[in-house]
Design a binder for this molecule. Sequence first.
Ligand SMILES: *Cc1c(COP(=O)(O)O)cnc(C)c1O
Length: 709
Amino acid sequence: MEEDALSKSDHRSVPERLHNLARNLWWTWNPQGQEIFRELSPLTWERSNHSAVEVLHDVSHIELAARLHDSDFLKKVQSVLVDFESYMESKDMWASRLATKFSGPVAYFSAEFGLHESLPIYSGGLGVLSGDHTKSASDLGIPFIGISLLYRNGYFQQHIGSDGWQQESYPRYDPLRLPLELVTEEAGGRLLNSVEIGHSAVYFQTWRLLVGRAVIYLLDTNLPENDQHFQSLTAHVYGGDVDTRIGQEIVLGVGGARLLRSLHIEPSVFHMNEGHSAFLTLELLREQIKQGKDFQEAQTVVNARCMFTTHTPVPAGHDRFSSELLEHTLGRFWSDTGLTHSQLMSFGRINTDDHQELFTMTVLALKMSRSANGVSQLHGEVSREMWKELYPNRNVDEVPIGSITNGIHTPSWATAKAHEFWNKRLGVDWTAKLMDAQYWSKLENGDLATDEELWALRTILRRDLVEFVRQRLRNQLLRSDADHTVSVDQALSPDALTICFARRFATYKRAPLIFRDLDRIIELVNHPNHPMQFVFAGKAHPRDTDGKRFMQRIVEISRHPQLAGRVVIIENYDMNVARHLVSGADVWLNTPRRPLEASGTSGQKIVIHGGLNLSIMDGWWREGYNGSNGWAIGEDSSETDLEIQDEKDSTNLYQALTEHVIPEFYHRNDHGIPVEWIKRIRNAMRFLVPIYNTDRMVAEYVTRYYIPR
Ligand SMILES: *Cc1c(COP(=O)(O)O)cnc(C)c1O
């Protein structure tokens, strides 16, 4: 068989093919692929936050050649290479039958992509969604190109000070140590493009990132050709002041469009994921006007090519720029097109006659797109309400903003042990059946997986989380000067009901809500027969002081003498920490202030691991909850008075915990199995796995939006 595999592939050597594999993020959703790189150098693998490129950098050609003489290892390597290469060459994909409907690739613009913990070009949920979208586009066989920026300093690394305050640091990444390749011209030199910002030409180079069959281009202004301050324009994810912000958005939108032109790529649709990239539409407009179209015709053409996904249900969350700033930074754009300043401003204004109104990127994106959507049904409703003034002749329910509910790339979020568990029971092709409700309905009874087996899985994954937390706490302790009362080896119990809360420390997510009645929680946590415990993680945006206060409050609580070791907080939430938490959690807690959680996705990641959601009726959970697959906190409604809302929600939360969650978890049969709990897990898997994934989500984008009707 191996002979076969070898002869089938071309004449490249195994080391060469392995280097190729390391430079395609396909391995990030293939546990065997990860295992190879880990095995090659466990220490480098750990130290580099699981980077295949770093591992191969550290393992010399001589060592690699020798290691491949180990026939067991060689066998594993070859099997992964064959899987990878046949994936890349496959002709039988979901979208194959649609191939003729795409006149060109989908160009997907996003300010961040969360693809893997070793590639820090994301800050949170929006980035993870973009990354998962890309991976499913690859799996489904959709022609797909992502556009973003290469952030040399990434997003910040978080440490917790002894005062509980968040500390931020920005390591500098070397693109040559990331799975990136510089895009060159046909003649061989580096491909250079530019945009105008104010009176300066700002040059950028481009890095190519391979994600299975999809490609992402990352634009990078760190070039000697640029003035010092433009060199660092793309240094940080959402870094700096408003000038940096608009500069980044010009590079992303205008630069991204110019890059595609210079590569002779003609997309069939431009998908703006959030408003950050909306200047793209101005560049497309400029092209049309230069070709002789009048302003109206030009707008019609641009409209027919663009679509827009909005993610933000809070007005303050939308980028807005002043008229002066726009004139100052985009001035050259005006002169080029013959448009007047107020014509240009009108694209970003709801009331085009109001000269005081700021320029809103979301308004620009909405005006320039053929279709737009929110990311859950409720968020669609909220968005229609929020932007109805743009459509004065329509009723609010006719505002042209639809919705597609977010999902996750399930194979990426399933841990190695979950993959193994399902491979054995469903067959290795379960990852290709994520949209098939019939297939997942097989989990209704114990034929495929018995209650005992599911409980064993839960118990193993909880143990893994406990050990991961202890290891992390030990490292945190080594670095901090705080005096800790509890030994890290006693932190958490592998048997206790484990509730996780991990997400950005944005205040609307209300991390401290569960501690509103602290005495109550102390009692519940320390109950002799049915204790519970909490793991927290999350970053606050560097400028979000209130968010940092929330985090500090959680740190204080984790140091409370009666809670220490039972309420813990882990530093530096990233995709790796997330993967441990979503697999180990018995319960995933979500307490946003409804309706501000546009969708949320973290709660979707737990389902394949047998976790259960306990959440406010907001975002995706409002659609996912069916009465028997997790728990709802409160009703599908909200109060206008925030204090009343908090009080109500916390009361409902305690009620759900004490009346349902805790009793069900600890109600065991003679064999120690919580039968009712497992039934709930089966219901969650059956009903949630086949819907809340990005295969379903991307397929919806294709049929409803990407392919013009
Ligand atoms: C999944 C994920 C998110 C998104 O979580 P929400 O439910 O939207 O809060 C954010 N950050 C990381 C690292 C994630 O893995």
